[in-house]
Design a protein around this ligand. Structure first.
Ligand SMILES: [Cu+2]
Length: 165
């Protein structure tokens, strides 16, 4: 589902769906809503780059922004402001990338289907692909962003996003 080209694990989060979007273009039980016309997004006032790659020096490690989880710094962002995230895949391997606690919309991608939804929390980033998404970071706190292939997450493809007030 969701145009993903490989299997992954799924866990459901509470999705905030406007009443006028409910059941639009979906089957009963589906919680992801695809709509043709989304509200125009505000211009982003902060930008974050997330680089997905293997871990340096090991064929059995995965990294975000050059760091295997636990070796690097968290990503600090200011909350409640439109933020553009550029996710760059460098290894050639696809990763379903999960940004917990927030919802985002895909702005642009190099290949794959441009899935039109304002309610995503995971996006498939294909090998060597760059995907640009936008979120408001409306949910403050410490959130563990990670690849949703759990073996990649366990081998380091996780990072903390610290969403401030
Ligand atoms: Cu992965």
């Amino acid at each position: 589902m969701n145009g993903q080209n490989m299997s992954t694990t799924i866990h459901w989060h509470g999705l905030r769906v406007d009443n006028d979007m409910d059941s639009e273009g979906t089957s009963p039980g589906f919680m992801v809503h695809e709509v043709e016309k989304l509200p125009a997004l505000p211009e982003p006032t902060q930008e974050v780059e997330i680089v997905l790659n293997t871990g340096s020096g090991s064929a059995f490690a995965w990294s975000i922004n050059g760091d295997v989880y636990g070796q690097g710094d968290a990503i600090p962002v200011k909350g409640d402001r439109p933020t553009r995230l550029t996710i760059v895949e460098m290894s050639g391997i696809p990763h379903p990338f999960h940004v917990p606690g927030q919802f985002f919309q895909i702005l642009d991608r190099d290949d794959g289907e441009l899935f039109k939804s304002a309610q995503l929390d995971t996006v498939m980033v294909n090998g060597f692909e760059t995907v640009t998404i936008q979120t408001d970071f409306s949910n403050p706190g410490v959130w563990m962003a990670h690849c949703h292939l759990l073996e990649h997450a366990e081998l380091g493809m996780m990072t903390e996003i610290h969403v401030g007030q």
